[in-house]
Design a protein around this ligand. Structure first.
Ligand code: SAH
Length: 380
């Protein structure tokens, strides 16, 4: 049995059961092989859980009663608890979801005319301490398990299905919620396995996006493991400023990050684009000169630039760039031939916008100790 198989188990009072919610195809195959079952069970159960959204073994009508009994004995299908469910006036929906250890994470659904995007979390809190992000304020608590990551998609699917309008509502998943997905590499990769699996969510690889602050070695590993989209939270074009805004830059500076972007794109089809995220902070990184510098450092990489108006939170110390400044910045990039969009802020009235997700961690003292520990470096 693979060593990391254990991480998908949850503890019950008397017996340890495997939470099938967190098993990708390979792990599910190991599980059924141990039960002496045939491999076709993998697709069968995956479909029940992730496509039909069923968590009760008794509803799995094409499974014999004997196997159902065995499954009930050895396994469970356990999702997170929904603690809050808020809908913004623009239709954006935010859920606060509770974990077994009483920590909380946030998940956001953004409906648009031609798509529905689910923004999910990969960690409880975040260790990267980006100066303009409210998640950073709570420090890092822990990585989410595969089951906890997938459970966000599973629950959102279920809750959206209860709406009156029928049809598939989640077409895109972005790992842009709380946490740094590339610092929870293996669990995020396994969760993506299931998102792309035709017997599960069957999402197109072009519609799953991993967003990173620039964990360079993990970008290389991602390029080998999954052909999904990558977004880089760049935000600055000089090391001095980026060290300040995105402190992981002190470990992997701009030169290394840009080199990693070139390497990453060399593994992709010529038509694909790397997303560059750039938060617009008034008087900090929004001058015409910054835009010109950005054009220079992105030279030779096929990109789509997302300018993100800064979403304020209390005591952030930053201001959102003016509309003029954002448009002037966009003009410079567009004139240089770089496709650039200004990201519309969604769900502001329910604190669901980028960088406003705070969740809640249970054990403050433990958290604060962790926050003092070295903040980066795990799994890299
Ligand atoms: N750790 C990953 C993913 C989470 S953050 C990353 O850094 O990419 C998702 C995006 O929201 C990042 O581009 C981040 O820089 C941006 N963001 C964070 N705080 C923000 C804020 N207050 N306003 C606007 N965007 C913000």
């Amino acid at each position: 049995m693979p060593e990391n198989f254990v991480s998908t188990r949850v503890n019950f009072p008397q017996i340890e059961k495997t939470n099938l919610m967190g098993l990708n195809r390979q792990d599910m195959a190991v599980f059924f092989a141990e039960l002496g079952e045939k491999p076709f069970r993998v697709s069968q159960i995956t479909k029940w859980i992730h496509q039909l959204n069923i968590s009760d073994f008794d509803q799995m009508t094409n499974i014999s009663k004997a196997l159902r009994a065995q499954l009930k004995d050895k396994a469970c299908i356990k999702a997170l608890d929904v603690i809050e469910d808020q809908i913004s006036k623009d239709g954006t929906r935010k859920w606060v979801m509770g974990l077994e250890d009483n920590n909380r994470i946030e998940v956001v659904y953004i409906p648009e005319d031609d798509r529905g995007t689910l923004c999910i979390s990969s960690q409880v809190g975040c260790a990267l301490d980006c100066s303009f992000c409210s998640t950073a304020r709570q420090g890092f608590s822990r990585n989410l398990t595969v089951a906890e990551i997938l459970s966000q998609v599973w629950l959102a699917t279920r809750l959206l299905d209860q709406e009156i309008k029928p049809g598939r509502k989640i077409t895109n998943v972005v790992l842009m919620g709380m946490g740094e997905p590339l610092l929870n590499f293996e669990n995020v990769m396994k969760a993506i396995d299931v998102m792309l699996d035709d017997f599960a969510y069957g999402l197109s690889k072009r519609r799953v996006t991993v967003s990173t602050a620039g964990v360079v070695p993990a970008m290389d590993r991602l390029s080998e493991r999954h052909d999904v989209q990558l977004a880089i939270s760049l935000h600055a074009t000089r090391d001095e400023l980026r060290d300040d805004l995105v402190p992981i830059n002190k470990k992997y500076n701009l030169k290394e990050l840009i080199a990693a972007c070139h390497r990453f794109m060399a593994t992709r089809s010529p038509r694909s684009r790397l997303t560059i995220e750039y938060v617009m902070l008034a008087g900090v990184n929004d001058a015409k000169q910054d835009a010109e510098e950005l054009v220079k450092i992105l030279n030779g990489i096929s990109v789509l630039i997302n300018l993100i108006p800064f979403n304020p939170f209390s005591e952030s110390g930053y201001k959102t760039s003016s509309n003029n400044a954002v448009h002037r910045f966009q003009d410079v990039l567009m004139k240089a031939g770089l496709m650039t969009v200004i990201r519309k802020t969604r769900g502001e009235d329910i604190d669901a916008a980028c960088g406003q997700l705070v969740g809640k961690v249970a054990d403050k003292s433990r958290r604060e100790n962790k926050f003092k520990a070295p903040r980066i470096g795990m799994n890299t």
